[in-house]
Design a protein around this ligand. Structure first.
Ligand SMILES: Cc1cc2nc3c(=O)[nH]c(=O)nc-3n(C[C@H](O)[C@H](O)[C@H](O)COP(=O)(O)O)c2cc1C
Length: 374
């Protein structure tokens, strides 16, 4: 049997497949079912200290593409293929007190599995920063093996919370450092993809002492408008706000973000998220340098915690290792990151006639301007 185990931020996982922080990990029963199904680890639904009240009506829906018309819609249609999930769900509506005791019970029942607590607070005052510490210490003491800092929730109005922290590399550093000061378990920073150059924010997290980056959270997006009713397909009394896109549509987008980071920071650790349902999807993240991957949308659509998804991921990785045994590959470490160096600037891609291309310049490109013209 090939060895699927990995060591990531010093923690041993039986395989590199985790459930991400989302509805599949919102309750004790879900998490226990997920472990029994074969997931090596879970990141809990984000735990906070502020009251959470979700919107009236559905919090998540799924968009599908009709192969005949090419139209994307949330309306169910036979033969339509999954395009994405769209959600405007806030963090866990259960308070910290609800989680404490349950984390301990889950960990006691499954000591060999990895339990990561996702936490979130504000950053606008010393008191808010202390909330991060309260959450971090409480989860660690209750048995969490690691913490994931939610610096990426896209639905926050507060300028000092969620993805608004994740858009500010200094705030990312401060929050990470404040948490690192009070815990001994590894700290992962989950970044938002909604920035220009995610390497800036990744550096901020590592500067603050982060042990790894998780990416991506959902991408800022709107549901489509129904051409008959002229209403957004998802709305409350006609109104909508931006929400988060996940699932197949974001795989290439999330990969680009990940490649930027793993290329710039090859010695750091990364957990890949976005559009994973099958092993070939996960393989992209591994080849770019990720040491673990996380799944949400595909699991939501498979009995809420993805029992078939995890079985397929494990089988896919076993088959991949068996097929590549002749290369001497015995574990993920043997092929992790081997396609990172294939991503280069546009001007480095071969032209039919190299002699006439100077990276967008009329003549020989200046040495420093290797990236070419826009
Ligand atoms: C309904 C829903 C709720 C989510 N809630 C959280 C959350 O509380 N904390 C968090 O860090 N990410 C949250 N996410 C983001 C997911 O963990 C994940 O990063 C994203 O969906 C991309 O992965 P996917 O393409 O596998 O869905 C949520 C996603 C969905 C669809």
């Amino acid at each position: 049997m090939p060895d699927l185990s990995v060591t990531f931020t010093g923690i041993k996982f039986e395989n590199p497949f985790l459930l991400s922080s989302a509805p599949p990990t919102e309750s004790e029963s879900n998490i226990v079912r997920a472990f029994e199904a074969g997931w090596a680890g879970v990141v809990t639904k984000t735990i906070g200290v502020h009251p959470v009240v979700n919107v009236k009506g559905p919090k998540t829906n799924f968009m599908r593409t009709d192969p005949a018309s090419g139209l994307i819609s949330m309306k169910k249609k036979a033969g339509a293929a999954l395009h994405s999930s769209w959600n405007w769900e806030l963090i866990s509506d259960k308070p910290l007190d609800w989680w404490i005791g349950r984390l301990a019970r889950i960990k006691k029942a499954h000591p060999g599995k990895v339990l990561i607590a996702s936490i979130m607070a504000g950053s606008g005052s010393d008191e808010e920063l202390r909330h991060w510490q309260t959450l971090a210490k409480a989860c660690q003491e209750d048995g969490a093996d690691a913490l994931e800092l939610n610096l990426s929730c896209p639905h926050m109005d507060r300028p000092d919370m969620g993805s608004n922290i994740g858009k500010d590399d200094e705030l990312i550093s401060v929050v990470t450092q404040v948490v690192k000061e009070v815990v001994r378990v590894p700290v992962w920073a989950k970044l938002t993809p909604s920035t220009t150059d995610i390497v800036v924010e990744a550096r901020g997290a590592f500067l603050g002492g982060a042990d790894a980056i998780s990416s991506s959270n959902t991408f800022t997006s709107l549901p489509v408008i129904d051409p008959e009713t002229l209403e957004f397909e998802m709305n409350v009394e006609g109104l909508v706000s931006t929400g988060g896109l996940g699932g197949p549509a974001i795989l290439p987008l999330s990969l680009a973000k990940m490649a930027q980071m793993t290329g710039a920071l090859p010695d750091k650790e990364f957990s890949g998220i976005g559009g994973i349902a099958e092993f070939p999807h996960a393989l992209n993240y591994f080849l770019l340098g990720c040491g673990t991957v996380q799944v949400c949308t595909a699991a939501m659509l498979d009995h809420a915690v993805g029992p078939n998804v995890i079985k397929s991921l494990v089988r896919g990785m076993e088959e991949f290792l068996e097929k590549n045994a002749h290369r001497g590959w015995k574990s993920l470490e043997d092929f992790r990151g081997i396609r990172r160096d294939r991503i280069v600037s546009h001007s480095k891609i071969k032209r039919p006639d190299e002699a006439h291309y100077h990276g967008g310049y009329e003549t020989e490109a200046p040495a420093a301007a290797g990236r070419g013209a826009k």
